[in-house]
Design a protein around this ligand. Structure first.
Ligand code: NAP
Ligand code: MG
Length: 510
């Protein structure tokens, strides 16, 4: 490693950012210029996207009643990729009617074994179109192709495979009880893991015998619309899956439709509260998967190099657009300086840029709106008196890109410590005792995720059980598995998705 460290006298870093400095000398670590990679862009020339997409209702693509369309852009170059229908109450109503008809006439009457066959087919067809889906996911949402290809799309298929397996085994899932479907499920998903969130919603709903009306986020509707094509190609009975596109108002129309039996929502805590209020007094079931501000706790006995990579994955995976991101680092005081220096060095090796390039580690920020929000938080952090450090990487000239960012010298009460930034921004605090770590970790409105890094198994169990979060990873972070339940405490949500727990919200038990 020492040979790879080049000495440089240059003070002004590329694009105005500071080069990281070794704490013990004035040696500059110029990783970025030492490791230069040729570009390796993934090619999308084997498929064609349509210029315009309609709603998918009753097994067909249908034009929006009011004839209005919105545009989705590629956030890495700000170019329009395609237009898609803007759903109104009329469109939502016809989607709910199609879903009700499919539920009454066909899907709820089908045996679990037959439902399972369809869901397996959907899983296999996602695998069959995985390369196309990965490219479109990266184009529409800005995430690196390495993640779409190796995480989002394989996991989406895995959730379909997993729940396909439950379709004919509901008696085993709920022994001694009879599990009946709920009816029509309204499902609303965010833009950070578009196809994966679709799979978390649609797969268990269908396995349990429900039909669905799903609305993808306006920034990333395309993989859901390709999934609609997959439903057609799979011969899924008409109306079992309906996709209505549009903005927040379209989501609200689904929530408020009187013939919807259950709402499954993933998104911000702010919108989750609005939805919970509008569902009060109705007999609709609901699950809410909301925001987070996960604490990643590092003890002095942690394996430091693996931990540094784990911290990088916890906060910079998907540009930090991750509800369960480890966005608050808590480091035991004795190793803080060493760990932070290693973290800064590792950050210098991250390639920020074209999401379709296979070398890219950190892609584009999903939208202008999110880009502005992150930059606003960076200003808030500076104004709160925190010390900022950003990697000195080159950024593309167009598109929305943000340097991996650290904030040190922060206080527990700072807004950047308390509020979800949803970007590549990590706050760093230190602690002396395990109790102090637990107290700081729990001192937030959220309770979705957390991480513990230590050599001691007993410490993992002790600290893990004291942190009030739905998920705790130990010596790893951001690992997902269809068999494992996921969800939050406090303002991070209500209910669980994934695993057997994820089936429960889609059935009524007799
Ligand atoms: P968001 O603004 O709450 O939007 C989520 C979805 O709800 C989008 O489809 C959105 O449509 C729609 N929507 C907006 N207003 C609505 C309303 N009044 N009624 C019904 N639907 C409405 O969240 P986001 O910015 O897309 O996603 C980021 C958030 O999701 C973060 O807070 C993150 O932590 C959370 N998240 C949580 C989990 C989890 O499992 N806990 C997983 C992923 C993300 P438009 O996009 O068209 O506005
Ligand atoms: Mg887009």
């Amino acid at each position: 490693m020492s040979e790879q460290i080049k000495e440089t006298k240059t003070e002004s870093a590329t694009n105005g950012a500071q080069k990281p400095t070794s704490p013990n000398s004035d040696l500059k670590l110029d990783f970025a210029s030492f490791w230069e990679y040729s570009t390796a862009p993934e090619s999308g020339d084997f498929f064609d996207l349509k210029e315009s997409y309609d709603h998918f209702i009753g097994g067909k693509f249908v034009k929006p009643v009011k004839g209005r369309y919105m545009k989705t852009i590629n956030p890495s170059n700000e170019e329009v990729i395609a237009e898609f229908a803007e759903g109104t109450s009329e469109d939502v109503d016809s989607a709910v009617k199609a879903a009700r008809k499919a539920y009454d006439k066909e899907w709820s009457k089908l045996s679990g074994k037959e439902r399972g066959k369809y869901i397996y087919r959907l899983a296999r067809m996602i695998q069959g179109r995985s390369r196309e889906l990965a490219i479109v996911e990266s184009m529409d949402g800005g995430k690196p192709i390495r993640e779409s290809r190796d995480v989002d799309i394989p996991l989406a298929a895995a959730y379909f495979f997993y729940y396909a397996g439950w379709a004919d085994k509901l008696d085993y899932a709920f022994p001694g009880r009879e599990a009946k479907p709920l009816g029509v499920c309204g499902q609303i998903i965010p833009w950070n893991f578009p196809l994966l969130m679709l799979s978390w919603k649609i797969a268990p709903a269908l396995a349990a015998g429900n039909t669905v009306v799903l609305k993808p986020a306006e920034a990333t509707p395309l993989t859901a619309l390709i999934f609609a094509e997959i439903c057609q190609d799979a011969g899924l009975p008409d109306g079992v899956v309906n996709i209505v596109t549009g903005a927040g108002q379209t989501g609200a129309e689904i929530v408020n439709h009187p013939d919807v039996n259950k709402i499954a929502f993933t998104g911000s805590t702010k919108v989750g509260k609005i939805i919970q209020k509008s569902l009060a007094g109705t007999d609709k079931k609901f699950t809410l998967e909301l925001g987070g501000k996960g604490a990643n706790i590092v003890f002095e006995d942690a394996p430091i190099d693996q931990t540094v990579d784990g911290i990088i994955n916890a906060i910079f995976f998907n540009q930090g657009h991750v509800c369960c991101a480890g966005s608050r680092l808590l480091v035991q005081e004795g190793i803080a300086d060493r760990l932070i220096q290693k973290l800064k060095d590792r950050m210098e090796t991250l390639i920020v840029g074209d999401p379709l390039d296979k070398n890219t580690d950190v892609g584009a920020i999903n939208s202008k709106m999110q880009f502005d929000k992150i930059n606003e938080y960076i200003e808030i952090g500076k104004n709160e008196g925190a010390t900022i450090h950003q990697s000195s990487c080159n950024l593309p000239d167009s598109g929305f890109f943000c340097r991996p960012t650290l904030f040190m010298d922060v206080a527990q009460s700072n807004r950047i410590v308390q509020e979800e930034i949803f970007g590549p921004v990590l706050t760093i605090q230190t602690f002396r005792t395990p109790d102090e770590a637990v107290q700081k970790a729990n001192n937030t409105q959220y309770g979705l995720s957390g991480g513990v890094w230590t050599d001691k198994g007993s410490k993992i169990f002790k600290i893990g059980s004291q942190i009030r979060s739905g998920v705790i990873w130990s010596n790893t972070f951001n690992k997902f598995d269809p068999t494992s339940p996921f969800g939050g405490y406090k303002e991070s949500g209500v209910g669980r998705e994934g695993g057997l727990h994820g089936l429960y919200p889609y059935v009524k038990l007799k």
